[in-house]
Design a protein around this ligand. Sequence first.
Ligand code: AVJ
Ligand code: FE
Length: 437
Amino acid sequence: MTSTEELRDRVAAQLTRARARSVALTDAVDDDDLVRQHSKLMSPLVWDLAHIGNQEELWLVRDVGGREPVRADIDELYDAFKHARAVRPELPLLGPAEARRYVGEVRDKVFDVLERVPLEGDRLVDGGFAFGMIVQHEQQHDETMLATHQLRVGPPVLHAPPPPAGGPVGPAEVLVPGGPFTMGTSTEAWALDNERPAHQAFTRPFFIDTAPVTNRAYAEFIADGGYTDPRWWSEAGWAHARKASLEAPRFWLREGDRWYRQAFGAVAPLVDDQPVVHVCYYEAEAYARWAGKRLPTEVEWEKAARFDPATGRSRRYPWGDEEPTEAHANLGQRHLSPAPVGAYPAGASPLGVHQLIGDVWEWTSSDFHGYTGFEVFPYAEYSQVFFGSDYKVLRGGSFGTDPAAVRATFRNWDFPIRRQIFAGFRCARDAAPQELA
Ligand code: AVJ
Ligand code: FE
């Protein structure tokens, strides 16, 4: 049992860590760059910054704290549902200095609220939930801002050491037994509404790759004419690939017969054994079919990540119940690329599946829906309004995701055409009867 004081300290540390990242991402560029739109797909960085503060004000200062608004006049500007990303640069946004002042003022009040509110009883604050939601919200926008940096044109401004070296991952695929397991959670204090409730889910026996698909493997698909052969593509995928003239993952550049990759302002030879990143769902789907496999469903992904066949229990993370450390996974923008396959042996699942958490978000074949028993909490615009067949679920987090913003139950989603996110994939396949020992 952790005391309320300990919980307050942990919340404060998480808030401070998230803010350090937001500051690093926004201080890395000058004011012109902060207000500029680097891609129609993204907001100006200064919008993300003030939006982070505004969400924090709405939930923690006003709702949880019951305090007077800091800036009620700007709620509309920073409501993500009011203005599409493409038009945000034309809004009368707070400038860089004003935005920094605003988020600082909100944060000061939040620390005051944190000292005074009980962190139990009321469902919104129980276990520090509302604070955890806001920490995750800031970290999610920090990943979005990292994606904006990736789209930004100009010399490198972000710097980080390279990821650790790769290593062996055992067989290329492993058998996950069929049967039930516990999916989702009812006990994880900071789990968001779409991860709840814990429920029993079933799979057939299936094989899943022990590692995400690498650049080397993906380049073979390209060299084999993968982008010009409709056999590998779904109808919607092929239509999109033609319309968008897809030829390779986003940010890949070809020179002669060699591939290079542009990342955060620098161009370097493609690293063969790193997971492929910046592919859309349709590309992942086509590769899998070319390879004689398919994408895992979301249920299969979570079973591979959590199910411990020795106990029948579902873990919080592939490696166990402990929070991620640097040894477990490539998370938190410590490195500015996925790590080579086999770089995190300590992070493998009981069945020997590697790098499920971190490195690249993994496309699954599942549409984004609420689990049976889903309840909106605390607002429909976090997930419920996105349920349906427009979005595909991604799992596991990327090198740009903070440990506070991902776990084995965490669900992300995006349109199947999106490539600016740090998304890759791994393959799965049905197990044939004769393959079942
Ligand atoms: C869960 C990553 C899809 O960025 O659109 C941020 C998270 N929700 N602000 C997004 C989110 C509201 C969301 N994703
Ligand atoms: Fe947001």
